[in-house]
Design a binder for this molecule. Structure first.
Ligand SMILES: Cc1cc2nc3c(=O)[nH]c(=O)nc-3n(C[C@H](O)[C@H](O)[C@H](O)COP(=O)(O)OP(=O)(O)OC[C@H]3O[C@@H](n4cnc5c(N)ncnc54)[C@H](O)[C@@H]3O)c2cc1C
Length: 375
């Protein structure tokens, strides 16, 4: 049987790849998405109910235009899919004045005129009861922030892409890709496929598909926990939150249902060699750190554990995303190393990758995410 040929193949249809497939379908090209797992699965980096989205960006002010575009795209996707994807509940930042988070949030708010306000202790207890601000710390609030329902976002992108003509095939493990006779050949554990262009969005498995670049992405095992509580409800105005404490960074989401409040540690993480076969067990020390954080900063939440999930961060050397064209193969573009903060921007990254693949250039300012910065 002759090999099936496409205009563009997307390897990996999680957060970034489902968005890319959606934009390919919108452009009317013949596209195929390949993934080892079903749409919105729980084995990679895009699961566990929710992801924070915010405009104030302490990581690097260069992301703000991509964030603004992402907000537009998430709202458009919500409308097209009929799903409530983006919940604008705001974000409360708490940290010491001289530590990087509060500084970075203030700087990006000033540079981009964002709606970020200081919250004094009287306002805090009136507006956000149950949140403690440790001594010598301050609190900031960004109104436009909130969270995305992560699996619903992936589903919405993938399902609309398929409805608009893209093909999607799950259960195919991609073994590798090569450039041959003017086209890209993708070898899978079933049939090979070919395409004019290739988009690589393999999340924690990116090292294997970008081996010749020798980027050395580190994959970290990260835990998500849910704790029972009667308060901290989204319906009562509880926001998402991010704490910079002497014992690490902790963040979380308001209670949506009987499982309670979701909370996690953003700092630390154990490096894993093989995310496919990771045991995904609870780490008692990590769980104790999270409980200590709750006792200190959100004392109204019980430490009765109602759910646990493991998910992977894929860390680039400088913890910024890597989005570029393959230096040896201009027909191959990729996004990798989203470093634990990329979901909120997957909508814009998918669009940028499609523009790079089809037009050779993108309107989005992603120059600072290029491969050359890594030397
Ligand atoms: C616990 C946790 C909390 C997070 N919190 C936030 C947050 O609050 N806000 C935020 O913006 N970001 C957050 N992130 C980061 C964000 O979720 C990730 O950056 C993003 O989801 C990564 O998307 P991706 O498309 O790169 O990877 P994935 O969604 O994992 O997609 C990669 C896909 O490629 C497929 N694949 C890979 N290799 C192959 C192969 N060889 N053959 C076939 N298929 C293959 C995989 O099966 C997978 O579906 C968090 C991440 C974690 C783990």
């Amino acid at each position: 049987m002759p090999m099936k040929h496409y205009d563009v193949i997307v390897i990996g249809t999680g957060g970034v790849g489902s968005a890319a497939l959606y934009h390919l379908a919108a452009r009317g090209v013949r596209a195929l998405g390949l993934d080892r797992f079903p749409i919105a699965h729980d084995r990679g980096s895009s699961h566990g109910e929710s992801r924070i989205i915010r405009l104030s960006y302490f990581e690097h002010a260069g992301y703000v235009p991509l964030l603004k575009r992402s907000y537009e795209l998430w709202d458009a996707l919500a409308q097209a899919s009929g799903r409530a994807l983006l919940h604008r509940v705001g974000i409360l930042y708490v940290g010491a004045h001289d530590r990087p988070i509060i500084h970075g949030v203030r700087d990006s708010a000033t540079a981009h005129q964002l709606d970020v306000t200081a919250v004094d202790s009287a306002a805090l207890s009136a507006r956000f009861p149950g949140f403690q601000v440790p001594e010598a710390s301050s609190a900031l609030f960004e109104q436009d922030a909130g969270y995305l329902l992560v699996e619903d976002c992936v589903r919405a992108h993938a399902e609309l892409a398929i409805a608009r003509g893209a093909e999607h095939s799950t259960g195919h493990a991609v073994r590798g890709w090569r450039y041959e006779d003017g086209r890209v050949i993708v070898d899978t554990d079933s049939a090979p496929f070919s395409a004019d262009r290739l988009i690589l969005s393999a999340g924690p498995w990116s090292n294997a598909l970008l081996a010749s670049l020798d980027i050395r992405l580190r994959v970290l095992r990260k835990h998500l926990h849910w704790f029972e509580t009667n308060g901290y409800k989204e319906t009562d105005g509880c926001p998402t939150f991010f704490y910079d404490t002497p014992n690490g960074y902790y963040y979380g989401f308001p209670k949506r249902d009987a499982l309670g409040l979701k909370v996690a540690e953003h700092s630390r993480g154990v490096e894993v060699d093989d995310p496919l076969n990771d045991p995904r067990a609870i780490d008692p020390d990590e769980l104790e750190r999270v409980k200590t954080f709750l006792r200190t900063c959100l004392p109204g939440v019980s430490t009765r554990h109602s759910r646990h999930e493991v998910c992977f961060y894929t860390m680039s050397p400088d913890e910024n995303f890597i989005v570029d064209r393959h230096p040896d193969h201009p027909e191959v573009v990729f996004a990798a190393g989203l470093s634990g903060h990329g979901f909120k921007m997957t909508a814009a990254l998918g669009e940028a990758l499609v523009e790079l693949a089809l037009d050779g250039t993108t309107s989005q300012p992603i120059g600072f995410l290029g491969l050359s910065r890594l030397g």
